[in-house]
Write a protein that binds this ligand. Structure first.
Ligand code: HEC
Ligand code: HEC
Ligand code: HEC
Ligand code: HEC
Length: 207
């Protein structure tokens, strides 16, 4: 194939698979903390700060106290992935508020202690009843499982790349595989793909 045609096709397929709703923003979302008494009127500071950050693996300039919890992990007789670990990388960041053990306002070196997540927003320390996170999802797992799309070759429809490029973190499924913490896509519950007709689930599961 002529190179120009190849480039044109690549650009076309990339733009066709872009999520048409990719114009959302953190402002006004559940993660816009600027109107909370404890935030100092800022949005980003509860999670990020430009200086004196907390050292967490894979964390972008992290400013929030991190949970020390040891979690009960997902397991089931049909779960094919055999390398699930304690929440790693970005999932650990989410759980530093969403396991309910650390105050939402514990950031910037302050212990906080006023606001803890409640109800369904608090996943607790037992993750055995939640979609598994922190395991590798690659072509090999897809072949072995038989009910998953190959993440290395299947386009995600999220941001113009494959499932691996748009949804995995160091090749692993994490909380941020399904959710965009910054609400970029403006979907219910900060989801990367609107889950009407289970479209989010069917991005990865070949059912
Ligand atoms: C509720 C916590 C939270 C808030 C609030 C938040 N972030 Fe993030 N941010 C994260 C997490 C978790 C990650 C890593 C996961 C990811 O990349 O999706 C991240 C990643 C990033 C990254 C690196 C990856 C990327 O998307 O480019 C940048 C840059 C960033 N945030 C900027 C900001 C800015 C600027 C604000 C405020 C307007 C903000 N964030 C507010 C939690 C937050
Ligand atoms: C600084 C603490 C903090 C961190 C870190 C954090 N969240 Fe949240 N999250 C909150 C708060 C506070 C709310 C809003 C609770 C409420 O409205 O009662 C929330 C709400 C949510 C919601 C519900 C949105 C809705 O529309 O109801 C989802 C989903 C969510 N967070 C996912 C995540 C994920 C995924 C991460 C990591 C990538 C993350 N959060 C990191 C504090 C945090
Ligand atoms: C496989 C996709 C997927 C993964 C991975 C995932 N979530 Fe979710 N999450 C969803 C969907 C879909 C919903 C909305 C339906 C529901 O509430 O069950 C949701 C809802 C939520 C809510 C809102 C609950 C409510 O009713 O207010 C929070 C908070 C949340 N997720 C946090 C997390 C955290 C933290 C992680 C990582 C430990 C995570 N999610 C991993 C798909 C996912
Ligand atoms: C980013 C890709 C991705 C998305 C999106 C996703 N999943 Fe998964 N899910 C996986 C992978 C990979 C596994 C691991 C399968 C295995 O190893 O057996 C898994 C595991 C599961 C399992 C456990 C299977 C077992 O045998 O124990 C269930 C059930 C499941 N997902 C349902 C859902 C539902 C429902 C949704 C939508 C809300 C969803 N998934 C969204 C990738 C995804």
């Amino acid at each position: 194939m002529n190179n120009k045609i190849l480039v044109a096709l690549t650009v076309l397929s990339a733009s066709m698979s872009l999520n048409p709703n990719a114009n959302g923003a953190i402002s006004g979302s559940a993660h816009d903390f600027s109107n909370k008494a404890w935030s100092g009127g800022e949005i980003c500071v509860a999670c990020h700060a430009p200086h004196n950050n907390i050292d967490v693996v894979d964390a972008p300039l992290w400013n929030h106290e991190v949970s020390e919890a040891v979690y009960v992990l997902y397991s089931s007789p049909t779960f094919t992935a055999d390398d699930i670990t304690q929440p790693s990388g970005v999932s650990k960041l989410c759980l530093s508020c969403h396991d309910g053990t650390v105050a939402v306002d514990a950031f910037g070196g302050s212990e906080g202690g006023n606001t803890y997540l409640q109800g369904r927003k608090n996943l607790g320390e037992d993750l055995s009843n939640d979609h598994p996170v922190s395991f590798v999802y690659d072509s090999e797992l897809a072949t072995e499982d038989g009910g998953l799309f190959d993440p290395e070759t299947t386009m995600s429809g999220v941001a113009g790349g494959t499932i691996e490029e748009d949804m995995l973190y160091a090749g692993r499924v994490e909380c941020a595989s399904c959710h965009d913490v910054h609400n970029k896509y403006s979907n219910f519950r900060l989801l990367k793909v609107d889950n009407s007709s289970s479209a989010l689930c069917l991005t990865c599961h070949d059912k």
